[in-house]
Structure formats: structure tokens, C-alpha cells
Design a protein around this ligand. Structure first.
Ligand SMILES: NC(=O)c1ccc[n+]([C@@H]2O[C@H](COP(=O)([O-])OP(=O)(O)OC[C@H]3O[C@@H](n4cnc5c(N)ncnc54)[C@H](O)[C@@H]3O)[C@@H](O)[C@H]2O)c1
Length: 429
């Protein structure tokens, strides 16, 4: 199918995240948003106003997403709703003939992941998890370094979502926010993909490698009760609520090619933000905490004895191994939104919609495998940390997949040839 240069995208879910993403999406070349939806009227109306402010155009407002999906002028849907609604909206969108991108979150069942996979296969429409961290500057530089062999053969990777969200979670009803109910009723790795996305691309998951099994363990839950008592008072109705979600949930995943992955979910205790990325291979190690790395045989600093395995600052390496997409992006001017990665993931989504060949840099197999970690970790915890098998959503194709589409937004390899002219000294003018 011929590439389209102008595409129309409908946006569903216009709360904090959806309104920010809508603004960013409207900055992407060739994208218009003629329709917006939220089940709350004030939020849907806010979507209409954002489109007007950013583009001067009128968008139609919907409270029922199925009515928005019934339009025949939309190429794709951007879905920024709650965790438990993403997959059903994605499935309905693909059935309505639209490509779809969904905001991040985990799945509640393996079945919903299979439904996304089968619907994408049946309709030829892609389903892309909008994992913005795959396009973050550090993650992309580290991917570039790994593909150039600086870490040797990767053996172990760590990451997590370590973000003090006590206020956001506890005030869920006042702010009409979806996280609270999950922490009340579920116990598992509720938000796996911010670091699992980049990790999966690094380890070529679903293309020559796959998750085989996992085991999870949850600590006791204390952080939310303490925050609520201190900030809302002892008499607040959920001050003594017995939250199911443990304060720290750790999950270990074993991969077919022998690597181990350690994920940490840590959102209800006081702490600074960190995704705790760590890559460890036969030739070196990177650690986000401390922003440092060590490479075997790396020349020691002048005053450091050669036997001293000391850390080096990551910053100069990030500059030296800057991913060409970030070189181009920095030159053209970085847009807002989590340091710029939101604009890049939305640009990657829009590019896939324009290509219209049914492929996307994060595809439905990635979406299903990454999201499934949530319900599988719940299962493991409920079974006393027993190992549980991770389904192969590719049905064996991971050992022999169709080729991926190469290009500037590719997450399987660094496609330097696509940047050649732009990133030469000449191209920089
Ligand atoms: N990638 C990131 O960096 C990042 C950052 C923040 C949030 N998120 C993710 O974005 C998503 C939204 O986050 P949020 O903080 O805005 O959540 P939220 O709970 O405040 O908003 C979700 C919105 O979806 C709407 N909605 C739910 N079901 C709907 C339906 N059936 N039809 C129409 N609208 C519906 C709700 O009314 C609400 O306005 C979540 O998955 C969250 O994890 C991602």
C-alpha cells in the first residue's frame, strides 16, 4: 500500500496523560485529529479545546468511544484510557478498521493479550504499545552501544518503575484516576513496560529470543496507609484499608537465550524517581543509579591503578554513542513531554500509520508479551511465587519472523543508512 502523507487520528481518553499526548500528537507533521472522546464530558470538551488551540480546527466530541470508532474517516486511534480498558478499545478499534496505539499499562488476563494478537492478525491493523521509554535518549544511546558490542554478550538486565505515586494513588477517587482501584484489589507487577520495553528490544524478544517464565514476590503493604493517615487524617475512610498491592513487587523473568531480567515495581514508598536500568554483559555494565558504567579493559583514569575497577560517568558515552535519531532530533529542536521521548514515540506511531503496511516498531507481539507480565506476576504471587510460563504470542515465529521494517524509528537495529545525509557535517547546516 502506498505511503500516505496526511493521516487522521481519533483520540480516546483525555485526562492528564491523554491531554498532554493530544497536544504533542498535533505537532507531528501530517497529523490531524478530527475526533476526541472521553466518558467524562468536561474532559472530552477539553480535548476539543486543545485541538482548537493547537490547530484552529474543530474536532467532534464523543462520550461513547464506539461512536467515534464508527466514523469512516479515521486512519488510526490513540488510546490513553485506564489500564483495564486499553485492550478492549484496541480490539474494537482494529475491528473497526483502524490502526491503534495504546498507552502503557499491564494486562488483567492472558486472554485479552491473545485477543489483541488475533484481532491484529485477522484485520491486518497494527496494535502498538506507546512505550515512550524505548525512545528515551539514554535508552537509545545504550541500545546503540549494545549493538556495537560494548557490553559483550548481555547476560542480565534490570529495571523498574520506581516512582513515588502515593498522592496520585491515594487521591484516586477525588481526581477520578484509575490507579487506586488497582492497588486496592490487585497484587502484582502492575506497570512493567517502562523498563521492560527497552530491555526487550535490547534482548531481541520476539525476534530470536522470548520470555519463557517468571516468578514474582510482593512485600507487605504499608506506604499508602501511612501517607493517607498523615495527609488525610486517621478518620479518612481508606486510612486503614488493607491494600492488596505490596509496596515492592519484584519479578524475575527467564529468557529463551538464557538471560535473566529483574523488574521492580515500587510506587508506594517515599523515594526519588528511577527506572533503575542496569545492563550487564561479558564486557561491561551500565547502571542508571549513579549514571555510571564500567567496561572491561577501559583505560584507567591517570591516578587510578589498573586493578581498580572504578565506575566512569555515563554522560560522555551517551554523547559519543548518541543514537542518530537523537542527533537529528536535538538538531531540529526537542519538544516537551518527558524530555522529548513522548514526541518521538508519537512520531513513530504516526509514521507507521502513514506507511499503512500493518507493521509498527512496537508490534502486537511486543504489546502482548510486555503487558502479559502483569497478570502472570499476579498469578505467581497468588501461588506463593511459583514460576509461571509466559505464553509465546508469536506461536513459534520468534525463531523465524518476517523481516521488520527498517527506518529512523526502528527499534530492532540502528539504521544508520537512513540518517546518512542528515547527520553528516554537511547535513547539519
Ligand atoms: N507513558 C507515560 O509516560 C505515561 C505517563 C502517564 C500516564 N500514562 C498512562 O496513560 C494512561 C492514562 O493515564 P492518566 O493518568 O491520564 O489516567 P486517568 O485514569 O486519569 O485517565 C484515563 C481517562 O480515560 C477515560 N476513559 C476510561 N475508560 C473510557 C472509555 N471506555 N471511554 C472513554 N474514555 C474512557 C477516563 O474517563 C479518564 O479520563 C494510563 O495507562 C497511564 O498508565 C503513561
Amino acid at each position: 500500500m502506498a505511503r500516505k502523507e496526511n493521516v487522521k487520528i481519533g483520540v480516546i481518553g483525555i485526562s492528564g496523560r491523554g491531554s498532554g499526548m493530544l497536544r504533542e500528537l498535533l505537532k507531528v507533521d501530517g497529523v490531524t485529529v478530527p475526533a476526541v472522546c472521553d466518558k467524562y464530558e468536561d474532559r472530552a470538551q477539553n480535548g476539543v479545546e486543545i485541538v482548537k488551540e493547537e490547530t484552529g480546527m474543530d474536532a467532534e466530541m464523543y462520550l461513547d468511544y464506539k461512536q467515534l470508532l464508527a466514523r469512516d474517516d479515521l486512519d488510526a486511534i490513540l488510546c490513553c484510557t485506564t489500564w483495564i480498558t486499553h485492550s478492549r478499545i484496541a480490539i474494537d478499534a482494529m475491528r473497526a478498521g483502524k490502526h491503534v496505539a495504546i498507552e502503557v499499562g499491564g494486562s488483567a488476563s492472558v486472554e485479552e493479550c491473545w485477543q489483541m494478537v488475533r484481532t491484529s492478525q485477522d484485520t491486518g491493523k497494527f496494535c502498538m504499545l506507546l512505550e515512550n521509554c524505548c525512545y528515551d535518549r539514554a535508552e537509545m544511546a545504550l541500545f546503540n552501544m549494545e549493538r556495537q558490542g560494548l557490553f559483550g554478550e548481555v547476560v542480565h538486565v534490570q529495571g523498574g518503575y520506581q516512582h513515588d505515586l502515593r498522592e496520585e494513588i491515594s487521591m484516586g477517587r477525588e481526581n477520578r484516576h484509575g490507579r487506586l482501584f488497582n492497588f486496592q484489589h490487585r497484587n502484582g507487577e502492575l506497570y512493567p513496560t517502562h523498563q521492560l520495553g527497552p530491555i526487550s528490544k535490547l534482548l531481541s524478544i520476539n525476534r530470536g529470543n522470548r520470555f519463557v517464565s517468571l516468578t514474582s514476590m510482593a512485600s507487605k503493604s504499608r506506604g499508602l496507609n501511612e501517607w493517607i493517615k498523615k495527609n488525610k487524617g486517621e478518620d479518612y475512610d481508606i486510612a486503614n484499608y488493607n491494600f492488596n498491592e505490596g509496596d515492592i513487587v519484584t519479578t524475575m523473568i527467564k529468557c529463551a537465550n538464557g538471560e535473566t531480567i529483574l523488574l521492580t515495581h515500587d510506587c508506594s514508598l517515599p523515594r526519588p524517581y528511577s527506572r533503575g536500568y542496569r545492563i550487564q554483559g561479558t564486557k561491561g555494565i551500565y547502571m542508571e543509579d549513579g549514571d555510571q558504567l564500567y567496561l572491561d579493559g577501559m583505560p584507567a583514569d591517570d591516578d587510578t591503578p589498573s586493578w581498580d575497577h572504578s565506575w566512569k560517568d555515563f554522560e560522555p558515552f551517551m554523547e559519543q554513542y548518541e543514537h542518530p535519531l537523537w542527533q537529528k532530533y536535538s538538531r531540529e529542536g526537542i519538544h516537551a513531554g518527558h524530555g522529548g521521548m513522548d514526541f518521538l514515540v508519537l512520531s513513530a506511531f504516526a509514521d507507521a500509520v502513514k506507511e499503512n503496511d500493518g507493521s509498527s516498531p512496537i508490534d502486537v507481539y511486543d504489546t502482548a508479551a510486555w503487558m502479559a507480565i502483569t497478570c502472570l506476576s499476579e498469578e505467581s504471587i497468588a501461588l506463593g511465587s511459583q514460576p509461571v510460563a509466559v505464553p509465546d504470542f508469536t506461536n513459534g515465529m520468534w525463531i523465524d519472523r518476517e523481516p521488520y521494517r527498517r527506518g529512523v524509528y526502528c527499534l530492532e537495529e540502528v539504521c544508520n543508512d537512513f540518517f546518512k545525509c542528515e547527520n553528516t557535517e554537511e547535513g547539519k547546516e
